[in-house]
Design a protein around this ligand. Structure first.
Ligand code: G3H
Ligand code: 13P
Ligand code: NA
Ligand code: ZN
Length: 328
């Protein structure tokens, strides 16, 4: 059944677990997530970016998620707008039937220019007023996602700040987080702790200086009743990286957010964990391997089936590691 983000995260907080929020664009991703959730009895957050709506089209995107609701009536599902960069994007998502939206006012409407405090508070407050009147939850964001190693958002396309970011933008301040939640009334807050979108997060396995789990603890101590959200939380699985590169791919050496670090953050208030890149990598790896191993085959179902299996494997691991399993 369709549920709001607030309902899911309140339960997660009460029982001390986290929920992976996977990005969806196509049927194979939706199926992979739902099969994993059904197998592990986990609550589901399906999130769609503005890019997803552009790729699938509004109707195909909405109906894919509605198909998940129909096929898995026993599983609670939150339909979440990821990185709405303006109030109007979020209002369109609410009209489309989404039960949760993200007003990402950390960046201006272009999704590239870091915004100031007054802008972020104003647009987020506006969306909270509209969304709450419709029973829809709101995630806000304070701080800019980006690498503490390079001082950049690191994402070539998609949502991410352009140009150099300084330390204070890359790490959410606990006192400002408290003030932001108070002024906006958001249901959940995305924070910046050194993670970034995409596959190139860290040049070496991350240590505390570049992945600030300590900052999660400080923010949680200040606002213990606010649900925290980690973006850029793919783990960049080294086994899939190798499969991609062993079958014609050319991804460089790179590291993501270790699952163990996410599990630690979940002990300190992180309830929603955004993951897109890991499923992209699993799906690409499965297809690349198939094309090399099976040069005579050409029925797309043969390789799309393998992508579902590959993505579903990762989803199951995350549901179990984050403690969501058994909580549907
Ligand atoms: O915001 C980051 C998500 O990975 C969505 O990416 O905008 O390419 O769909 P996208
Ligand atoms: P990844 O690129 O690490 O998967 O992050 C996804 C995300 O934060 C979507 O909002
Ligand atoms: Na989001
Ligand atoms: Zn994100």
């Amino acid at each position: 059944s369709l549920v709001s983000l607030r309902q899911l995260l309140d339960h997660a907080a009460e029982h001390g677990y986290g929920i992976p929020a996977f990005n969806v664009n196509n049927m194979e991703q939706v199926k992979a997530i739902m099969e994993a959730a059904a197998a592990t009895d986990s609550p589901v957050i399906l999130q769609a970016s503005a890019g997803a709506r552009k790729y699938a089209g509004e109707a195909f995107l909405r109906h894919q998620i509605l198909a998940a609701l129909e096929a898995y009536p026993q599983i609670p599902i939150c339909m979440h707008q990821d990185h709405g960069t303006s109030p109007s994007v979020n209002v369109r998502a609410i009209q489309s039937g989404f039960s949760s939206v993200m007003m990402d006012g950390s960046l201006k409407e272009d999704g590239k220019t870091p915004a100031d405090w007054a802008y972020n508070v104003a647009v987020t407050r506006q969306v909270v007023d509209i969304a709450h009147a419709c029973g829809v939850s709101v995630e806000g964001e304070l701080g800019c996602l980006g690498s503490l190693e390079t001082g950049t958002a690191g994402e070539e396309d998609g949502v991410g700040a352009e140009g150099k970011l300084d330390h204070s933008q890359l790490l959410t301040d606990p006192n400002e987080a408290a003030e932001f939640v108070k002024q906006t009334g958001v249901d959940a807050l995305a924070i910046a702790i050194g993670t970034s979108h995409g596959a190139y997060k860290f040049t070496r396995p991350p240590t505390g200086d570049v992945l600030a789990i300590s900052r999660v603890k400080e923010i949680h101590a200040r606002i213990p009743n606010t649900h925290l959200v980690m973006h850029g939380s793919s783990s960049v699985p080294q086994d899939w990286l190798k499969i991609i590169n062993d079958h014609g791919g050319a991804l460089g050496e790179t590291y993501g957010v270790p699952v163990a670090e996410i599990v630690e953050a979940i002990k300190y208030g992180v309830r929603k964990v955004n993951i897109d890149t890991d499923l992209r990598m699993a799906s690409t790896g499965a297809i690349r391997k198939f094309f090399v191993d099976e040069p005579k085959k050409f029925d797309p179902r043969d390789y799309f089936k393998l992508t579902i299996k590959a993505m579903s494997g990762i989803c199951k691991e995350r549901y179990e590691a984050f403690g969501a399993a058994g909580n549907a």
